[in-house]
Design a protein around this ligand. Structure first.
Ligand SMILES: [Zn+2]
Ligand SMILES: [Zn+2]
Length: 399
């Protein structure tokens, strides 16, 4: 079976690249993946599948039934690709360069979509040789809150039939092409945005005794919030608090009425996430009040943290080792970036792994979310083949 998959992936490699280039040249922003969804639907129909369209507006779901057809005993595995691009103007000079001004597939979601279409084609071809159901999930808006994954879940993507596990892959410009990366347990962070306004009483800088200085109070608040991270967090819980915006719009001798602060709070523990946010709000409001000011503390909730189910990840890792060879399977570090695949990982056993796309010799080294991001396209054959193999491995597990 492994060799069969490899052969099919090789046969489809040119189409995988052509599809990726088509998607790359025609990127669409989060929640606007209309042409992309149409393209995916056409491709799925062309191989005999019946996609359910319009899930979470621009998402699609399709089922591949194995040999025994659908029955309640059959295992279901979900495979996910995201489809949205970013508001970045592409700086690469390539034949498949984005044709849309200011929009670019700079996070490789074109690769994920093309790869999953390839996986669909391989598994559809092999459907008489496995039992169980493969659920293909093409979701919108990974890049934008509230995250397409959360809306797909609300629209029932994890029901009827319910996947026993979800697999997702993401391009990795720091991992050489030909290699695959895994990490068990905590992998990526929750991402909450913090917006604080400290309101005091501005005036002449020479008369601070008659004012309530929001600049000084806001400065105290920032230091105090960092101490919540260093003193109240369990040391084993990775956490980041960063403020990138601090606007005190006075001048040398004018203290402003208010200060605005914006930052991000990231962690890998949902209980600590709630506790940390509660403590920060209380601290900021309490400190401002004690110093005679008012602090408005607003949290815009992002994605939860992404946890890779340990047993599932071990199984996928050993299957990948069989497919790729042990020298091509690498360990991933914790990463404090966010990813909306985390929503699936909070409710169903999930494994999110990385597909190496770096090629130093060819200068393909730019990070995701940069205008020069690109991939070594030989990763597509690996991505589509490996996901097919992992899905079949997962269907073989007894529930
Ligand atoms: Zn991204
Ligand atoms: Zn991404």
């Amino acid at each position: 079976m492994k060799e069969q998959i490899k052969t099919l992936a090789r046969d489809y490699a040119a189409d995988l690249i052509a599809n990726r280039r088509h998607l790359h040249a025609n990127p669409e922003l989060s929640f606007h993946e209309f042409k992309t969804a149409r393209f995916v639907a056409e491709q799925l129909k062309a191989i005999g599948l019946t996609p359910q369209e319009g899930v979470a507006n621009t998402g699609l779901v399709a089922l591949i039934e194995g040999r025994a057809g659908r029955s309640s005993e059959n295992r279901v595995v979900g495979l996910r690709a995201d489809m949205d691009a970013l508001p970045i103007h592409e700086a690469n000079d390539v034949p498949y360069k984005s044709t849309v001004e200011g929009v670019m597939h700079a996070c490789g979601h074109d690769v994920h979509t093309s790869s999953l279409l390839g996986t669909a084609r391989i598994l559809q071809q092999l459907r008489d040789q496995f039992e169980g159901t493969v659920k293909l999930v093409f979701q919108p808006a990974e890049e934008k809150a509230p995250g397409g994954a959360s809306l797909m879940i609300k629209d029932g993507v994890l029901e009827n039939p319910a996947p026993a596990s979800m697999l997702g892959q993401h391009v990795a410009p720091n991992v050489p092409v030909g290699k695959i990366g895994f990490r068990e347990g905590m992998y990526m962070a929750s991402t909450d945005e913090l917006y604080l306004t400290v309101i005091g009483k501005g005036g002449h800088g020479a008369m601070p005794d008659q004012l309530i200085d929001p600049v000084l109070i806001a400065s105290h608040i920032i230091v105090a919030l960092q101490q919540i991270i260093s003193r109240n967090r369990k040391p084993a819980n990775p956490s980041v608090l960063s403020f990138g915006r601090f606007i005190a719009d006075g001048v040398t001798n004018v203290i402003p009425n208010e200060v605005k602060i914006e930052g991000t709070f990231r962690c890998m523990d949902e209980e600590w996430r709630e506790d940390g946010l509660r403590r920060m709000k209380k601290m900021a409001e309490g400190m401002a009040e004690a110093m005679g000011a008012v602090c408005e503390f607003t949290v815009v909730r992002g994605y939860p943290f992404l946890k890779n189910h340990p047993e599932l990840t071990r199984r996928m890792r050993s299957a990948a080792t069989e497919y790729m060879g042990p020298e091509n399977v690498v360990n991933l570090d914790l990463w404090m970036a966010g990813e909306d695949f985390a929503f699936y990982s909070q409710v169903v056993d999930s494994c999110f792994y990385r597909l190496g796309t770096r090629n130093e010799e060819r200068g393909i080294i730019s990070g995701v979310h940069t205008p020069t991001f690109d991939i070594d396209e030989s990763a597509l054959e690996i991505g589509a083949g490996l996901m097919s193999w992992l899905a079949l491995e997962e269907l073989r597990v007894k529930s």
